[in-house]
Design a binder for this molecule. Structure first.
Ligand code: DGY
Length: 307
């Protein structure tokens, strides 16, 4: 019987189907007992005798791969592979998969939700009412504003499509320019500093790599307008959290909506700030998409482990 560790803490929350496929294929399934992202020590402990992993975003580095000496397949529920040492996995003959169902629309919807929440202070007002008070503050429209998309790939493009009714102006920063898409949607490809300087809303939608780690630091945040908001639904580490906290504290930017963090679960000074909305890396957690992503991940894993 093949042993499969499911490290994704929210696995099977929306449907039993993915789990039943594993059971029907005779897998011994071990679920993440911590209900959060695994630490390195936990990966070292739990991966030592498994044949396959249904992975979240836990770091699977050289040390972890070395300990996992029976491992044949890592199957991600998601598209990001920045957490896995792919080269080393390849040398060990470990196959790595992402789910075919893309979370783009779910992540783009979350980014849009965070934008409106931050701009109109929705969560802030919710907290005020829950506290027994009735205090109003004016926010700003998203309508007609300039949206700067850092990384205009699948998620960035989904964001453009979703925001069509808001009559926004679009700026994009990306190594690869999709000229056709740009023409169709009136997107101007610009350099990063121009985008940061000219946008009312900056949305990070770029993959994490050595090129994009620390892409946004104090200098870049200082280029943003004082009334601009910053949204990150991509990956922690693309923006320096210390610099972001400072920029928010000093009101160098108006607010932020953050779904992804350097260390997850996140505990830190962003939670003390009023002009910030935080979510626990839930970009792809929309039931309709998530079930399909989990089924993809399970099928990809079984295809390797089946005798
Ligand atoms: C992804 O697709 O990698 C998302 O971050 C979900 O894990």
């Amino acid at each position: 019987m093949k042993k499969v560790f499911i490290s994704l803490s929210s696995f099977s929350q929306v449907s039993d189907k993915p789990l039943s496929i594993l059971n029907a294929n005779g897998c011994e399934v071990v679920l993440n007992p911590y209900k959060r992202k695994l630490t390195k020590e936990e990966c070292l402990k739990h991966y030592s005798d498994v044949d396959g992993i249904i992975a979240g975003t836990e770091r699977i580095d050289k040390d972890v791969l070395t300990v996992a000496n029976k491992l044949r397949v890592i199957s991600r529920v998601g598209v990001g592979l920045d957490s896995i040492d792919l080269e080393y996995a390849k040398t060990l003959g470990i196959e790595v998969y992402t789910s075919q169902t893309l979370p783009s629309i779910a992540v783009a919807e979350l980014a849009l939700g965070l934008m409106i929440d931050v701009l109109r202070h929705i969560s802030q007002h919710h907290a005020i009412i829950k506290n027994g008070e009735w205090i109003k503050s004016s926010g700003s429209l998203i309508y007609g504003k300039t949206l700067g998309i850092v990384g205009c790939g699948r998620i960035g493009k989904a964001l453009v499509s979703l925001t069509k009714g808001f009559e926004m102006k679009y700026l994009a920063f990306d190594q690869e320019m999709d000229i056709e898409f740009g023409k169709l949607h009136n997107i101007r490809y610009v350099d990063l500093s121009y985008l940061l300087n000219q946008s009312d809303v900056v949305s990070i939608n770029i993959s994490k790599s050595s090129d994009t780690t620390d892409l946004i630091g104090a200098e870049e945040l200082a280029m943003m307008r004082k009334d601009a908001v910053f949204i990150n639904t991509a990956r922690g580490g693309i923006v320096s959290e210390d610099a972001l906290v400072e920029a928010l504290r000093k009101s160098e930017i108006a607010g932020a909506g953050i779904d992804v963090f350097d260390q997850e679960p996140y505990v830190g000074p962003l939670t003390d700030l009023e002009n910030v909305v935080l979510t626990p890396h839930i970009g792809s957690n929309a039931g309709e998409i998530r079930e399909r992503m989990e089924i993809d991940a399970v099928n990809n894993l079984i295809a390797v482990l089946k005798p």
